[in-house]
Ligand binder design. Structure first.
Ligand code: URA
Length: 241
C-alpha cells in the first residue's frame, strides 16, 4: 500500500494532508526518512510520523450541527473557537477532523471522521455528493436570478454546475427571500459567491443536508455518531461514480 494511503487509513490526516506531511519530511519507514507519497509499503513496515508509530485506528464518523461563530479547523493559530471544541475529549481521542468545511458564519451539517480515505473521496470534485443549503438572502429573488443559479453562474474563474433552487418563502416585510439550494460541488464560499453574483447577498446560511444525511434530531452545537447503515451509504455514494 502506498505510504500516503497508509497514513490516511491510520487517521493521521486526509490523503491530501498526508502527502503534505510526507513531503515535509516528518515520516520515516523503518527508521529512514521517506519524502515520496507514493512510496510502496507492506503491512510489516514500521511507519512513524514525528517519530511516533502509527497504528491502524478504528474508524469513527460523527455528524455535527455547527453553530455560527466557529472556525472549521482542527487548530486555529488565531485562537478562535474551533469546531473541535464542540466535541467531548473522549471522542476527540480518535483524532477526528472535519470533512470539508463550513464558513465561520455558516451553520449546519458538518461530518467528522478519522477515516482519511472516506474524507479524501467525499471532498474530491468528481465524487462531490449533494449538499443542501437554506439561504436567507437580501431582496426578492427574481426568476432571472433563479434561472441563472440553476444553470450555472461564473464565480471568479469558475462556472458552477447545475443546481437545484427552490424559493421557500418571500418575506416582503423584511425584503428577504428564504431559498433552498442543492449543489454538488464544494468551492470555497460557493453558495455565498453564487448569490453575490446574481445580486442577492446571503444574510445567513445553513447546510441542512449532506448526501442523504439531515440535521434531524441533532440540536445546534451538538453531534451524534453516524449509524453503520449511514456510513455504508456514504461509501456507496463514492462507488456509484
Ligand atoms: N457555501 C458557502 O458560501 N459557505 C459555506 O460555508 C458552505 C457553502
Amino acid at each position: 500500500m502506498r505510504l500516503q494511503k497508509r497514513l490516511a487509513e491510520a487517521g493521521v490526516a486526509s490523503r491530501r494532508g498526508s502527502v503534505e506531511i510526507i513531503e515535509s519530511g516528518r515520516v520515516k519507514v523503518n527508521g529512514e526518512q521517506v519524502l515520496e507519497p507514493g512510496f510502496p509499503t507492506t503491512p510489516k513496515d514500521l511507519i512513524t510520523v514525528d517519530d511516533r508509530l502509527i497504528e491502524k485506528e478504528e474508524h469513527v464518523y460523527y455528524l455535527l450541527n455547527k453553530p455560527t461563530g466557529y472556525v472549521t479547523t482542527v487548530k486555529d493559530d488565531l485562537k478562535r473557537k474551533t469546531v473541535m471544541s464542540l466535541f467531548d475529549e473522549m471522542d476527540k481521542k480518535n483524532r477526528i477532523f472535519p470533512v470539508g468545511r463550513l464558513d465561520f458564519d455558516t451553520a449546519g451539517l458538518l461530518l467528522f471522521t478519522n477515516d482519511g480515505d472516506l474524507a479524501f473521496y467525499l471532498t474530491r470534485p468528481e465524487f462531490e455528493v449533494k449538499k443542501t443549503y437554506l439561504a436567507r438572502v437580501e431582496g426578492m429573488l427574481t426568476k432571472v436570478a433563479i434561472k441563472a443559479l440553476k444553470t450555472g453562474v461564473a464565480i471568479e474563474n469558475y462556472v458552477t454546475r447545475p443546481a437545484q433552487v427552490r424559493v421557500v418563502e418571500y418575506d416582503k416585510r423584511n425584503m428577504t427571500t428564504l431559498v433552498q439550494i442543492i449543489i454538488h460541488e464544494g468551492k470555497n464560499q460557493q453558495v455565498r459567491k453564487m448569490f453575490d453574483t446574481v445580486g442577492f447577498p446571503v444574510k445567513n446560511l445553513t447546510r441542512i443536508g449532506y448526501a442523504d444525511l439531515t440535521l434531524d434530531g441533532v440540536e445546534r452545537g451538538s453531534y451524534r455518531p453516524l449509524k453503520i447503515h449511514e456510513v455504508k451509504k456514504l461509501f456507496g455514494e463514492i462507488k456509484k461514480r
